[in-house]
Write a protein that binds this ligand. Structure first.
Ligand SMILES: NC(=O)c1ccc[n+]([C@@H]2O[C@H](COP(=O)([O-])OP(=O)(O)OC[C@H]3O[C@@H](n4cnc5c(N)ncnc54)[C@H](OP(=O)(O)O)[C@@H]3O)[C@@H](O)[C@H]2O)c1
Length: 482
Protein backbone atom coordinates (compact mmCIF):
# COMPACT_ATOMS: atom_id res chain seq x y z
CA UNK A 1 0.00 0.00 0.00
CA UNK A 2 1.27 3.51 -0.79
CA UNK A 3 1.75 6.00 2.03
CA UNK A 4 -0.68 8.93 2.24
CA UNK A 5 1.37 11.22 0.04
CA UNK A 6 -1.32 12.91 -2.02
CA UNK A 7 -3.59 15.78 -0.94
CA UNK A 8 -6.04 15.26 -3.83
CA UNK A 9 -7.04 12.38 -6.11
CA UNK A 10 -8.67 12.09 -9.52
CA UNK A 11 -10.73 9.08 -10.61
CA UNK A 12 -11.33 8.82 -14.37
CA UNK A 13 -8.44 9.71 -16.64
CA UNK A 14 -10.06 10.25 -20.03
CA UNK A 15 -9.74 13.68 -21.69
CA UNK A 16 -11.21 15.76 -18.86
CA UNK A 17 -9.82 13.83 -15.90
CA UNK A 18 -6.26 13.60 -17.21
CA UNK A 19 -6.16 17.32 -18.00
CA UNK A 20 -7.67 18.25 -14.64
CA UNK A 21 -5.14 15.99 -12.88
CA UNK A 22 -2.29 17.73 -14.76
CA UNK A 23 -3.72 21.14 -13.85
CA UNK A 24 -3.89 20.12 -10.17
CA UNK A 25 -0.36 18.70 -10.24
CA UNK A 26 1.03 21.90 -11.74
CA UNK A 27 -0.09 23.99 -8.73
CA UNK A 28 2.20 24.62 -5.80
CA UNK A 29 1.70 22.20 -2.93
CA UNK A 30 -0.44 19.62 -4.70
CA UNK A 31 0.39 15.94 -5.02
CA UNK A 32 -2.19 14.10 -7.09
CA UNK A 33 -3.20 10.44 -6.81
CA UNK A 34 -4.76 9.03 -9.98
CA UNK A 35 -6.99 6.04 -10.69
CA UNK A 36 -8.83 4.78 -13.75
CA UNK A 37 -11.08 1.75 -14.22
CA UNK A 38 -8.85 0.30 -16.93
CA UNK A 39 -5.14 0.38 -16.18
CA UNK A 40 -3.84 1.65 -19.55
CA UNK A 41 -4.96 5.27 -19.11
CA UNK A 42 -3.17 5.53 -15.76
CA UNK A 43 0.03 4.04 -17.15
CA UNK A 44 -0.07 6.36 -20.19
CA UNK A 45 -0.70 9.50 -18.13
CA UNK A 46 2.06 8.77 -15.65
CA UNK A 47 4.53 7.87 -18.44
CA UNK A 48 3.71 10.93 -20.55
CA UNK A 49 3.88 13.40 -17.66
CA UNK A 50 6.67 12.48 -15.25
CA UNK A 51 6.94 16.20 -14.33
CA UNK A 52 3.51 15.97 -12.67
CA UNK A 53 4.74 13.60 -9.95
CA UNK A 54 1.47 11.63 -10.01
CA UNK A 55 0.85 8.88 -7.48
CA UNK A 56 -0.53 6.09 -9.69
CA UNK A 57 -2.96 3.67 -8.04
CA UNK A 58 -4.73 0.61 -9.42
CA UNK A 59 -7.43 -0.21 -6.89
CA UNK A 60 -9.77 1.83 -4.72
CA UNK A 61 -7.96 0.53 -1.62
CA UNK A 62 -4.63 1.81 -2.96
CA UNK A 63 -6.25 5.09 -3.98
CA UNK A 64 -7.70 5.67 -0.47
CA UNK A 65 -4.41 4.73 1.19
CA UNK A 66 -2.51 7.23 -0.96
CA UNK A 67 -4.61 10.20 0.19
CA UNK A 68 -4.08 12.44 3.23
CA UNK A 69 -7.12 12.96 5.48
CA UNK A 70 -9.64 14.31 4.99
CA UNK A 71 -9.37 12.44 1.69
CA UNK A 72 -10.51 14.45 -1.31
CA UNK A 73 -11.28 12.81 -4.65
CA UNK A 74 -12.58 14.33 -7.86
CA UNK A 75 -14.54 11.96 -10.10
CA UNK A 76 -14.28 12.67 -13.85
CA UNK A 77 -16.03 9.70 -15.43
CA UNK A 78 -18.86 9.18 -17.86
CA UNK A 79 -21.93 10.79 -16.27
CA UNK A 80 -24.71 8.45 -15.14
CA UNK A 81 -24.09 4.83 -14.18
CA UNK A 82 -20.31 5.33 -14.30
CA UNK A 83 -20.55 8.04 -11.65
CA UNK A 84 -22.76 5.87 -9.41
CA UNK A 85 -20.35 2.94 -9.75
CA UNK A 86 -17.35 5.06 -8.73
CA UNK A 87 -19.23 6.68 -5.82
CA UNK A 88 -20.14 3.22 -4.46
CA UNK A 89 -16.49 2.19 -4.54
CA UNK A 90 -15.26 5.41 -2.91
CA UNK A 91 -17.87 5.21 -0.15
CA UNK A 92 -16.62 1.68 0.54
CA UNK A 93 -13.00 2.79 1.09
CA UNK A 94 -13.43 6.36 2.42
CA UNK A 95 -14.28 7.46 5.98
CA UNK A 96 -16.58 10.07 7.55
CA UNK A 97 -15.25 13.59 6.90
CA UNK A 98 -13.71 12.63 3.54
CA UNK A 99 -14.88 14.44 0.42
CA UNK A 100 -16.10 13.03 -2.90
CA UNK A 101 -16.45 15.56 -5.72
CA UNK A 102 -18.30 14.71 -8.93
CA UNK A 103 -16.84 16.98 -11.61
CA UNK A 104 -18.76 15.32 -14.46
CA UNK A 105 -21.81 16.66 -16.24
CA UNK A 106 -24.39 15.17 -13.87
CA UNK A 107 -28.10 15.97 -14.09
CA UNK A 108 -28.76 17.97 -10.90
CA UNK A 109 -31.56 15.71 -9.53
CA UNK A 110 -28.98 12.88 -9.59
CA UNK A 111 -26.61 15.11 -7.63
CA UNK A 112 -29.32 15.88 -5.07
CA UNK A 113 -29.99 12.14 -4.70
CA UNK A 114 -26.28 11.24 -4.44
CA UNK A 115 -25.51 14.02 -1.97
CA UNK A 116 -28.30 12.84 0.32
CA UNK A 117 -27.25 9.20 0.16
CA UNK A 118 -23.53 9.87 0.64
CA UNK A 119 -24.13 12.36 3.48
CA UNK A 120 -25.80 9.55 5.47
CA UNK A 121 -22.43 7.76 5.57
CA UNK A 122 -20.75 10.86 7.07
CA UNK A 123 -18.79 11.43 3.87
CA UNK A 124 -19.21 14.77 2.08
CA UNK A 125 -20.42 14.77 -1.50
CA UNK A 126 -19.97 17.77 -3.77
CA UNK A 127 -21.45 18.03 -7.25
CA UNK A 128 -19.23 20.49 -9.12
CA UNK A 129 -20.02 21.75 -12.60
CA UNK A 130 -16.79 22.18 -14.56
CA UNK A 131 -16.89 24.15 -17.78
CA UNK A 132 -14.29 24.89 -20.40
CA UNK A 133 -13.75 21.53 -22.07
CA UNK A 134 -10.35 19.97 -22.44
CA UNK A 135 -8.37 23.19 -22.54
CA UNK A 136 -10.21 24.63 -19.54
CA UNK A 137 -9.56 21.49 -17.51
CA UNK A 138 -5.83 21.82 -18.21
CA UNK A 139 -5.30 25.56 -18.00
CA UNK A 140 -8.13 26.74 -15.76
CA UNK A 141 -11.85 25.99 -15.92
CA UNK A 142 -14.82 27.82 -14.50
CA UNK A 143 -15.96 25.69 -11.56
CA UNK A 144 -19.42 25.61 -9.99
CA UNK A 145 -19.36 23.49 -6.81
CA UNK A 146 -22.34 22.71 -4.61
CA UNK A 147 -22.24 20.58 -1.46
CA UNK A 148 -21.71 21.37 2.21
CA UNK A 149 -19.92 24.31 3.84
CA UNK A 150 -17.67 21.79 5.61
CA UNK A 151 -16.33 20.38 2.34
CA UNK A 152 -15.78 23.87 0.93
CA UNK A 153 -13.24 24.56 3.70
CA UNK A 154 -10.92 21.87 2.32
CA UNK A 155 -11.98 22.02 -1.29
CA UNK A 156 -12.15 25.81 -1.75
CA UNK A 157 -8.39 26.52 -1.77
CA UNK A 158 -7.71 23.54 -4.06
CA UNK A 159 -10.36 24.58 -6.60
CA UNK A 160 -9.31 28.23 -6.37
CA UNK A 161 -5.77 27.17 -7.27
CA UNK A 162 -6.82 25.46 -10.52
CA UNK A 163 -9.67 27.69 -11.71
CA UNK A 164 -9.45 30.25 -14.48
CA UNK A 165 -8.73 33.78 -13.31
CA UNK A 166 -10.77 36.81 -14.39
CA UNK A 167 -9.49 40.25 -13.43
CA UNK A 168 -7.48 38.71 -10.58
CA UNK A 169 -10.38 36.65 -9.19
CA UNK A 170 -10.61 32.83 -9.43
CA UNK A 171 -13.60 31.61 -11.43
CA UNK A 172 -14.98 29.42 -8.67
CA UNK A 173 -17.39 30.08 -5.84
CA UNK A 174 -19.35 27.85 -3.47
CA UNK A 175 -22.53 28.20 -5.51
CA UNK A 176 -24.88 26.73 -2.92
CA UNK A 177 -25.67 23.49 -1.07
CA UNK A 178 -26.71 20.13 -2.50
CA UNK A 179 -27.15 20.06 -6.25
CA UNK A 180 -26.80 23.85 -6.73
CA UNK A 181 -23.49 23.54 -8.59
CA UNK A 182 -24.75 21.14 -11.23
CA UNK A 183 -27.97 23.14 -11.55
CA UNK A 184 -26.00 26.30 -12.33
CA UNK A 185 -23.76 24.40 -14.74
CA UNK A 186 -26.87 23.09 -16.52
CA UNK A 187 -28.24 26.61 -16.98
CA UNK A 188 -24.80 27.77 -18.14
CA UNK A 189 -25.02 25.20 -20.92
CA UNK A 190 -28.57 26.26 -21.76
CA UNK A 191 -27.44 29.88 -22.11
CA UNK A 192 -24.59 28.63 -24.28
CA UNK A 193 -27.15 27.02 -26.62
CA UNK A 194 -29.06 30.32 -26.89
CA UNK A 195 -25.92 32.38 -27.46
CA UNK A 196 -24.71 30.03 -30.21
CA UNK A 197 -28.10 29.99 -31.95
CA UNK A 198 -28.31 33.79 -31.90
CA UNK A 199 -24.85 34.07 -33.43
CA UNK A 200 -25.79 31.51 -36.08
CA UNK A 201 -28.95 33.47 -36.96
CA UNK A 202 -26.93 36.71 -37.21
CA UNK A 203 -24.49 35.01 -39.61
CA UNK A 204 -27.31 33.57 -41.73
CA UNK A 205 -29.14 36.89 -42.04
CA UNK A 206 -25.98 38.78 -43.01
CA UNK A 207 -24.93 36.14 -45.49
CA UNK A 208 -28.30 35.81 -47.18
CA UNK A 209 -29.16 39.50 -46.94
CA UNK A 210 -25.90 40.98 -48.13
CA UNK A 211 -24.18 38.20 -50.06
CA UNK A 212 -21.03 38.62 -47.97
CA UNK A 213 -18.73 35.59 -47.97
CA UNK A 214 -17.95 33.64 -44.78
CA UNK A 215 -14.47 35.22 -44.69
CA UNK A 216 -16.00 38.71 -44.96
CA UNK A 217 -18.48 37.86 -42.22
CA UNK A 218 -15.54 36.60 -40.13
CA UNK A 219 -14.16 40.15 -40.34
CA UNK A 220 -17.50 41.52 -39.14
CA UNK A 221 -17.50 39.17 -36.14
CA UNK A 222 -13.87 40.03 -35.38
CA UNK A 223 -14.87 43.69 -35.38
CA UNK A 224 -17.86 42.98 -33.14
CA UNK A 225 -15.50 41.22 -30.78
CA UNK A 226 -13.86 44.55 -29.98
CA UNK A 227 -17.11 46.04 -28.65
CA UNK A 228 -19.98 45.21 -26.29
CA UNK A 229 -20.41 41.73 -27.84
CA UNK A 230 -16.84 40.74 -26.96
CA UNK A 231 -16.87 37.06 -26.01
CA UNK A 232 -15.25 33.71 -26.63
CA UNK A 233 -18.17 32.55 -28.79
CA UNK A 234 -17.96 35.61 -31.07
CA UNK A 235 -14.20 35.12 -31.28
CA UNK A 236 -14.39 31.46 -32.31
CA UNK A 237 -17.21 32.22 -34.75
CA UNK A 238 -14.79 34.44 -36.69
CA UNK A 239 -12.22 31.64 -36.63
CA UNK A 240 -14.67 29.03 -37.90
CA UNK A 241 -15.99 31.31 -40.67
CA UNK A 242 -12.47 32.09 -41.85
CA UNK A 243 -11.48 28.44 -42.11
CA UNK A 244 -11.01 27.04 -45.64
CA UNK A 245 -11.55 23.34 -46.27
CA UNK A 246 -8.24 21.87 -47.41
CA UNK A 247 -9.86 19.26 -49.62
CA UNK A 248 -12.26 21.43 -51.62
CA UNK A 249 -10.92 24.95 -51.14
CA UNK A 250 -14.45 25.95 -50.02
CA UNK A 251 -15.23 27.73 -46.75
CA UNK A 252 -15.35 24.94 -44.17
CA UNK A 253 -18.77 26.11 -42.97
CA UNK A 254 -20.15 25.27 -46.43
CA UNK A 255 -18.99 21.67 -46.36
CA UNK A 256 -20.14 20.87 -42.82
CA UNK A 257 -23.50 19.03 -42.72
CA UNK A 258 -26.09 21.46 -41.35
CA UNK A 259 -27.42 19.24 -38.56
CA UNK A 260 -26.54 20.41 -35.04
CA UNK A 261 -25.80 17.83 -32.37
CA UNK A 262 -26.54 18.08 -28.66
CA UNK A 263 -25.57 16.21 -25.54
CA UNK A 264 -28.76 16.94 -23.65
CA UNK A 265 -27.94 19.77 -21.27
CA UNK A 266 -30.02 22.25 -23.31
CA UNK A 267 -32.99 19.89 -23.08
CA UNK A 268 -32.47 19.50 -19.31
CA UNK A 269 -32.45 23.27 -18.91
CA UNK A 270 -35.72 23.59 -20.81
CA UNK A 271 -37.41 20.63 -19.07
CA UNK A 272 -36.42 22.05 -15.69
CA UNK A 273 -37.62 25.52 -16.67
CA UNK A 274 -40.98 24.08 -17.75
CA UNK A 275 -41.34 22.34 -14.39
CA UNK A 276 -40.42 25.56 -12.56
CA UNK A 277 -42.72 27.66 -14.76
CA UNK A 278 -39.90 29.92 -15.97
CA UNK A 279 -40.07 31.06 -19.61
CA UNK A 280 -36.61 30.42 -21.06
CA UNK A 281 -37.83 30.89 -24.62
CA UNK A 282 -34.39 31.76 -26.03
CA UNK A 283 -32.86 28.54 -24.71
CA UNK A 284 -35.90 26.53 -25.79
CA UNK A 285 -35.84 27.92 -29.34
CA UNK A 286 -32.12 27.21 -29.56
CA UNK A 287 -32.64 23.62 -28.41
CA UNK A 288 -35.55 23.10 -30.81
CA UNK A 289 -33.60 24.70 -33.67
CA UNK A 290 -30.93 22.01 -33.22
CA UNK A 291 -33.68 19.35 -33.24
CA UNK A 292 -35.25 20.81 -36.39
CA UNK A 293 -31.89 20.80 -38.15
CA UNK A 294 -31.35 17.17 -37.25
CA UNK A 295 -34.41 15.74 -39.06
CA UNK A 296 -33.15 15.51 -42.66
CA UNK A 297 -36.06 13.31 -43.74
CA UNK A 298 -38.63 15.91 -42.69
CA UNK A 299 -36.57 18.74 -44.15
CA UNK A 300 -36.28 16.88 -47.47
CA UNK A 301 -40.04 16.48 -47.88
CA UNK A 302 -40.73 20.04 -46.70
CA UNK A 303 -38.14 21.58 -49.01
CA UNK A 304 -40.69 22.23 -51.77
CA UNK A 305 -43.00 24.28 -49.53
CA UNK A 306 -43.30 27.82 -50.90
CA UNK A 307 -41.45 30.76 -49.39
CA UNK A 308 -41.75 34.44 -50.24
CA UNK A 309 -41.38 35.52 -53.88
CA UNK A 310 -38.21 37.23 -55.02
CA UNK A 311 -34.68 37.64 -53.77
CA UNK A 312 -33.85 38.95 -50.32
CA UNK A 313 -31.55 41.94 -50.61
CA UNK A 314 -30.95 44.86 -48.31
CA UNK A 315 -30.51 48.40 -49.62
CA UNK A 316 -28.08 49.72 -47.06
CA UNK A 317 -25.68 46.91 -46.21
CA UNK A 318 -23.81 48.71 -43.42
CA UNK A 319 -27.03 49.77 -41.74
CA UNK A 320 -28.40 46.22 -41.94
CA UNK A 321 -25.24 44.75 -40.41
CA UNK A 322 -25.46 47.26 -37.56
CA UNK A 323 -29.14 46.35 -37.10
CA UNK A 324 -28.17 42.68 -36.82
CA UNK A 325 -25.46 43.53 -34.27
CA UNK A 326 -27.91 45.43 -32.10
CA UNK A 327 -30.56 42.71 -32.47
CA UNK A 328 -28.00 40.12 -31.43
CA UNK A 329 -27.06 42.09 -28.33
CA UNK A 330 -30.69 42.69 -27.35
CA UNK A 331 -31.61 39.02 -27.85
CA UNK A 332 -28.56 37.97 -25.86
CA UNK A 333 -29.66 40.16 -22.94
CA UNK A 334 -33.04 38.39 -23.02
CA UNK A 335 -31.45 34.92 -23.09
CA UNK A 336 -29.18 35.66 -20.13
CA UNK A 337 -31.99 37.33 -18.21
CA UNK A 338 -34.11 34.21 -18.70
CA UNK A 339 -31.25 31.94 -17.62
CA UNK A 340 -30.70 33.91 -14.42
CA UNK A 341 -34.46 33.77 -13.78
CA UNK A 342 -34.20 29.99 -13.94
CA UNK A 343 -31.33 29.93 -11.45
CA UNK A 344 -33.29 32.13 -9.07
CA UNK A 345 -36.38 29.91 -9.41
CA UNK A 346 -34.30 26.77 -8.87
CA UNK A 347 -32.73 28.28 -5.76
CA UNK A 348 -36.19 29.04 -4.35
CA UNK A 349 -37.56 25.61 -5.23
CA UNK A 350 -34.65 23.66 -3.76
CA UNK A 351 -33.76 25.98 -0.86
CA UNK A 352 -30.33 27.04 -2.12
CA UNK A 353 -28.85 30.42 -1.39
CA UNK A 354 -27.27 31.43 -4.71
CA UNK A 355 -25.53 34.76 -5.26
CA UNK A 356 -26.42 35.54 -8.88
CA UNK A 357 -23.74 38.23 -9.17
CA UNK A 358 -21.09 35.72 -8.02
CA UNK A 359 -22.33 33.26 -10.67
CA UNK A 360 -21.92 35.92 -13.37
CA UNK A 361 -18.40 36.59 -12.13
CA UNK A 362 -17.23 32.96 -12.25
CA UNK A 363 -18.41 32.74 -15.87
CA UNK A 364 -16.10 35.59 -16.94
CA UNK A 365 -13.23 33.22 -17.76
CA UNK A 366 -12.61 29.51 -18.27
CA UNK A 367 -16.04 28.64 -19.67
CA UNK A 368 -17.66 28.70 -23.09
CA UNK A 369 -19.91 31.70 -22.45
CA UNK A 370 -17.08 33.83 -21.07
CA UNK A 371 -17.62 37.45 -22.00
CA UNK A 372 -17.12 41.06 -20.96
CA UNK A 373 -20.89 41.32 -20.74
CA UNK A 374 -20.89 39.20 -17.55
CA UNK A 375 -19.32 42.10 -15.66
CA UNK A 376 -22.44 44.12 -16.45
CA UNK A 377 -24.60 41.32 -15.01
CA UNK A 378 -22.47 41.18 -11.86
CA UNK A 379 -22.78 44.97 -11.55
CA UNK A 380 -26.56 44.78 -11.92
CA UNK A 381 -26.91 42.23 -9.10
CA UNK A 382 -24.41 44.13 -6.93
CA UNK A 383 -26.58 47.24 -7.26
CA UNK A 384 -29.82 45.32 -6.63
CA UNK A 385 -29.40 41.74 -5.35
CA UNK A 386 -33.15 41.05 -5.59
CA UNK A 387 -33.50 42.43 -9.09
CA UNK A 388 -36.72 40.77 -10.31
CA UNK A 389 -35.65 40.64 -13.99
CA UNK A 390 -32.12 41.26 -15.20
CA UNK A 391 -33.24 43.00 -18.36
CA UNK A 392 -34.80 45.79 -16.29
CA UNK A 393 -31.44 46.82 -14.76
CA UNK A 394 -30.56 50.32 -16.02
CA UNK A 395 -27.61 49.24 -18.20
CA UNK A 396 -29.62 46.50 -19.95
CA UNK A 397 -32.81 48.55 -20.21
CA UNK A 398 -30.77 51.23 -21.99
CA UNK A 399 -29.21 48.67 -24.36
CA UNK A 400 -32.63 47.24 -25.19
CA UNK A 401 -34.04 50.68 -25.77
CA UNK A 402 -31.08 51.56 -28.01
CA UNK A 403 -31.43 48.30 -29.95
CA UNK A 404 -35.15 47.76 -30.20
CA UNK A 405 -35.81 49.56 -33.49
CA UNK A 406 -33.00 47.53 -35.12
CA UNK A 407 -34.25 44.35 -33.48
CA UNK A 408 -37.73 44.88 -34.92
CA UNK A 409 -36.36 45.64 -38.39
CA UNK A 410 -34.27 42.46 -38.34
CA UNK A 411 -37.18 40.27 -37.24
CA UNK A 412 -39.41 41.84 -39.92
CA UNK A 413 -36.70 41.34 -42.56
CA UNK A 414 -36.24 37.70 -41.54
CA UNK A 415 -39.98 37.02 -41.70
CA UNK A 416 -40.37 38.76 -45.07
CA UNK A 417 -37.35 37.00 -46.53
CA UNK A 418 -38.39 33.59 -45.21
CA UNK A 419 -35.21 33.18 -43.18
CA UNK A 420 -35.70 31.34 -39.90
CA UNK A 421 -34.71 33.45 -36.91
CA UNK A 422 -36.46 31.66 -34.03
CA UNK A 423 -34.20 32.95 -31.25
CA UNK A 424 -34.21 36.56 -32.48
CA UNK A 425 -37.97 36.64 -32.90
CA UNK A 426 -38.92 34.76 -29.74
CA UNK A 427 -36.62 37.01 -27.69
CA UNK A 428 -38.37 40.04 -29.12
CA UNK A 429 -41.77 38.51 -28.32
CA UNK A 430 -40.61 37.84 -24.77
CA UNK A 431 -39.48 41.46 -24.46
CA UNK A 432 -42.83 42.69 -25.72
CA UNK A 433 -44.65 40.22 -23.49
CA UNK A 434 -42.89 41.06 -20.26
CA UNK A 435 -43.23 44.82 -20.78
CA UNK A 436 -46.92 44.65 -21.83
CA UNK A 437 -49.33 46.51 -19.65
CA UNK A 438 -52.04 43.99 -20.42
CA UNK A 439 -51.76 40.52 -21.93
CA UNK A 440 -54.36 38.34 -23.67
CA UNK A 441 -53.93 35.95 -20.73
CA UNK A 442 -57.25 37.44 -19.60
CA UNK A 443 -58.95 35.79 -22.57
CA UNK A 444 -57.25 32.48 -21.77
CA UNK A 445 -58.63 32.66 -18.24
CA UNK A 446 -62.08 33.24 -19.75
CA UNK A 447 -61.70 30.23 -22.03
CA UNK A 448 -60.46 28.05 -19.15
CA UNK A 449 -63.41 29.09 -17.06
CA UNK A 450 -65.76 28.32 -19.97
CA UNK A 451 -64.66 24.74 -20.63
CA UNK A 452 -63.33 23.69 -17.23
CA UNK A 453 -64.81 26.03 -14.61
CA UNK A 454 -61.22 26.91 -13.72
CA UNK A 455 -62.34 30.33 -12.38
CA UNK A 456 -60.73 33.76 -12.74
CA UNK A 457 -59.89 36.82 -10.68
CA UNK A 458 -61.15 40.32 -11.50
CA UNK A 459 -59.18 43.54 -11.81
CA UNK A 460 -61.73 45.51 -9.78
CA UNK A 461 -62.36 43.40 -6.68
CA UNK A 462 -60.85 40.67 -4.48
CA UNK A 463 -61.90 37.05 -4.78
CA UNK A 464 -62.26 34.28 -7.33
CA UNK A 465 -65.17 34.02 -9.74
CA UNK A 466 -66.89 31.70 -12.18
CA UNK A 467 -69.42 32.51 -14.87
CA UNK A 468 -72.27 30.03 -15.27
CA UNK A 469 -71.49 29.55 -18.97
CA UNK A 470 -73.96 26.74 -19.57
CA UNK A 471 -76.61 28.39 -17.40
CA UNK A 472 -77.82 31.94 -17.39
CA UNK A 473 -74.24 33.32 -17.61
CA UNK A 474 -74.35 35.17 -14.34
CA UNK A 475 -71.15 35.40 -12.32
CA UNK A 476 -70.82 33.67 -8.96
CA UNK A 477 -68.08 33.71 -6.29
CA UNK A 478 -65.99 30.54 -6.58
CA UNK A 479 -63.18 28.57 -4.97
CA UNK A 480 -59.88 29.17 -6.80
CA UNK A 481 -59.02 26.02 -8.78
CA UNK A 482 -56.38 27.77 -10.95
N1 LIG B 1 -15.37 16.52 -22.74
C1 LIG B 1 -15.70 17.74 -22.33
O1 LIG B 1 -15.46 18.77 -22.98
C2 LIG B 1 -16.39 17.90 -21.01
C3 LIG B 1 -16.61 19.18 -20.51
C4 LIG B 1 -17.17 19.32 -19.27
C5 LIG B 1 -17.54 18.20 -18.56
N2 LIG B 1 -17.36 16.96 -19.07
C6 LIG B 1 -17.74 15.80 -18.27
O2 LIG B 1 -16.58 15.27 -17.65
C7 LIG B 1 -16.74 13.86 -17.47
C8 LIG B 1 -15.56 13.15 -18.12
O3 LIG B 1 -15.57 13.44 -19.50
P1 LIG B 1 -14.50 12.78 -20.51
O4 LIG B 1 -14.87 13.28 -21.86
O5 LIG B 1 -13.15 13.00 -19.99
O6 LIG B 1 -14.74 11.21 -20.35
P2 LIG B 1 -16.00 10.30 -20.82
O7 LIG B 1 -15.74 9.85 -22.21
O8 LIG B 1 -17.27 10.95 -20.51
O9 LIG B 1 -15.82 9.03 -19.84
C9 LIG B 1 -14.73 8.16 -19.93
C10 LIG B 1 -14.17 7.87 -18.56
O10 LIG B 1 -15.17 7.33 -17.70
C11 LIG B 1 -14.70 6.08 -17.17
N3 LIG B 1 -15.83 5.20 -16.91
C12 LIG B 1 -16.90 4.98 -17.70
N4 LIG B 1 -17.74 4.11 -17.10
C13 LIG B 1 -17.19 3.80 -15.90
C14 LIG B 1 -17.58 2.94 -14.84
N5 LIG B 1 -18.73 2.25 -14.88
N6 LIG B 1 -16.76 2.84 -13.77
C15 LIG B 1 -15.61 3.53 -13.72
N7 LIG B 1 -15.17 4.34 -14.70
C16 LIG B 1 -15.97 4.47 -15.78
C17 LIG B 1 -13.78 5.57 -18.26
O11 LIG B 1 -12.95 4.55 -17.78
P3 LIG B 1 -12.24 3.53 -18.82
O12 LIG B 1 -11.02 4.24 -19.32
O13 LIG B 1 -11.94 2.35 -18.01
O14 LIG B 1 -13.23 3.26 -19.90
C18 LIG B 1 -13.05 6.84 -18.62
O15 LIG B 1 -12.08 7.18 -17.67
C19 LIG B 1 -18.10 13.51 -18.08
O16 LIG B 1 -19.07 13.51 -17.07
C20 LIG B 1 -18.35 14.65 -19.03
O17 LIG B 1 -19.72 14.86 -19.29
C21 LIG B 1 -16.77 16.80 -20.27
Amino acid sequence: MPTAAANIGVVGLAVMGSNLARNLASREGNTVAVLNRSRAKTDDLVALHPEAGFVPTFSYEEFAASLQKPRTAIIMVKAGLGTDAVIDELVRVFEPGDIIVDGGNAYFPDTIRREKAVRETGINFVGAGISGGEEGALLGPSIMPGGSDESWVTLGPILESIAAVAEGEPCVTHVGHGGAGHFVKMVHNGIEYADMQLIAEAYDLIRRGTGRSPAEIADIFAEWNTGELESYLIEITAEVLRQIDQETGQPLVDVIVDQAGAKGTGAWTVQTALALGVPVSGIAEATFARSLSSHPEQRAVAAHLPGPEGEFTVDDVDAFIEDVRLALYASKIVAYSQGFDEIRAGATEYGWSIDLGAVAKIWRAGCIIRAQFLNRIADAYAAEPDLPALLTAPYFAEALSRGQASWRRVVIAAAQAGIPAPAFSSSLSYYDGIRAERLPAALIQGQRDFFGAHTYRRIDKEGTFHTLWSGDRTEIPAVDTH
